[in-house]
Design a protein around this ligand. Sequence first.
Ligand SMILES: [Zn+2]
Ligand SMILES: [Zn+2]
Length: 391
Amino acid sequence: MDTEELKASVIGEIESRREQLNQLSLKIHDNPETAFQEVRAAAWLTEYLKENGFSVEQGICGLPTAFRARYGEGKPAIALLAEYDALPKLGHACGHNLIATSAAGAGVAARLAADSFGGSILVMGTPGEEMYGGKVFMVKRGAFDDVDAAMMVHPAGLNTATTKFLACQTLEVEFFGKAAHAAARPEAGINALEAMMQSFAAINSLRQHIKDSARIHGIITDGGEAANIVPAHTAGTFIVRAEDDGYLDELKKKVINCFVGAATASGARLEYKWGEARYATLRNNFTLAKLFRKNLQSLGRRVHLSNPRIGIGSSDIGNVSQVVPSIHPLVAIVPPKVANHSSQFADAAASEAGTRGLLDAAKALALTVVDLLAGPETFARVKEEFRRGSE
Ligand SMILES: [Zn+2]
Ligand SMILES: [Zn+2]
């Protein structure tokens, strides 16, 4: 079978599974599980992959809801990444149900390429993207050591083959003050809430003197007990993001100074802890991105190679992209004005447009696997670009 015939069979394979994949996607959407709690989603996905001839290892890298499903033995090994965590209260407002099922569908269809040309297909279950960075731990613990390329597709408001992600790290902050009657004995209290509010004010002042692309944002998770008690304890969670690792380090120091200053001014004691997972920036592999773009375009979508209008967040695929050639394209399921992490986006992830996005993403991923396995010289170019970038 030549490459074009094989590509037609791959598309046919996904088309014939339209209903199965859609049902799987809707089941995950209807049962949202937040970061590292994705027990049912991981079970449903691995069950589907097992039924379709994949061998599955569950709970890899010390993460109970991570998995690796493998089809074929040989090299190269191409990983399709599945995310399946939801957001607190908002459910699947980032559409990870579509990411998971497009990876699974692509994996099953790409078996045809592995049968014809050799190589192995890995569907990697990568939990906790929204909060804890499952991929950060998976990279550290060797899950990508024998992987030659990694791909996933994220639903969004436009079609693009590359995207941009900021390096980021989460910060947990607590202030410890002293409780007292807020009216009768205010002088006896140390107000931990004032310390937290001064920190926000100091960060807001800092914000006008940082680089445009950097971001600092946070919430208060404990703001005191009652209005008539001087708050003895407050807590907050913050995220600091920057376009490169060096600037992230610089910004982290400046942000901590805001909290130290507030502690000094209020007399409250500061404790803080940086999150264990530091998300790296995304290194797009353009050779791989161009292959993907051509395949997604062949399905009738207009696809940007890159688009400066995309809002920039962060993702733990950044860490994967530092160790293997990777892409994280976007597929449109909503108009550009609808943002991820909104209730409209959650609705779209279970809509007709969501299903179209899921199927096109699965097809374009599987077609790109065909390109890689059928053309060793193409794969060599992907690897060459990666090597050049790391010199
Ligand atoms: Zn998200
Ligand atoms: Zn997401």
